[in-house]
Design a protein around this ligand. Structure first.
Ligand SMILES: [Zn+2]
Length: 167
C-alpha cells in the first residue's frame, strides 16, 4: 500500500498505526494513544451544467488541475453544505450567473480518484456571464461544437454526454 498521507493523530499528535479494523476493509489510520480512527472518505465536488442562448456554458480553467481546459462550473462541497447549493454557488462565483438546480445528471466517480463529482442540470435565473474566480474565459458553446479535445476531466466528458443524451 502507498505510504499514508497523514502520519500524526489530529487529536493528540501521537504517530498513527496502520491497522485493519474490520476484515475485508482497507487499513485505517488508528491512533494508539487516544483511539481515534481517521476514516479518509472521498471528497464531493458539485457542478452545474446550464444553457444560455441555446448553447452550453463552459469555463476555461485558470488553475491546475486542467489549466487552460474547459469544464462546467464546479468545486468542492463545503462541510454541511447541500450539493445543489454548492453547484449554484460555484456557478455564480466562476461565471457571474445565478442558476437554480433542476435535477441530477449523474454522480461520477473513478477507481483510484479521491473526488466524486455530482453533476446537476440548472436553469439561469439572473446575473451576467463573465469569467470570474479561477476562470480564464467563459463561453457559450453550441451543442454540436463542444470543445471535446480540450475538456478538462473525464467526468466533464461523461456528464456532457449524459446531459446531451437526456435532452
Ligand atoms: Zn490520538
Amino acid at each position: 500500500m502507498n505510504p499514508p498521507e497523514y502520519k500524526f493523530c489530529p487529536r493528540c499528535a501521537a504517530r498513527f498505526d496502520e491497522k485493519v479494523i474490520k476484515d475485508g476493509e482497507p487499513e485505517r489510520l488508528v491512533c494508539p494513544n487516544c483511539g481515534f480512527v481517521f476514516y479518509q472518505g472521498p471528497k464531493l465536488v458539485a457542478g452545474a451544467l446550464f444553457e444560455m442562448d441555446g448553447g452550453i456554458v463552459l469555463t476555461q480553467r485558470a488553475i491546475e488541475p486542467g489549466y487552460g481546459l474547459w469544464t462546467y462550473p464546479g468545486g468542492f462541497v463545503e462541510r454541511g453544505e447541500r450539493a445543489e447549493t454548492a453547484a449554484e454557488r460555484e456557478a455564480l462565483e466562476e461565471t457571474g450567473v445565478v442558476v437554480e438546480v433542476t435535477g441530477l445528471i449523474g454522480i461520477y466517480s473513478y477507481d483510484g480518484q479521491i473526488p466524486a463529482i455530482a453533476s446537476f442540470a440548472a436553469n439561469v435565473v439572473g446575473g451576467e456571464l463573465a469569467p470570474l474566480d479561477e476562470t480564464m474565459d467563459v463561453k457559450v458553446f453550441p451543442k454540436d461544437e463542444l470543445p471535446w479535445s480540450d475538456i478538462a476531466f473525464p467526468s466533464t466528458v461523461d456528464a456532457l454526454k449524459d446531459y446531451l443524451r437526456g435532452i
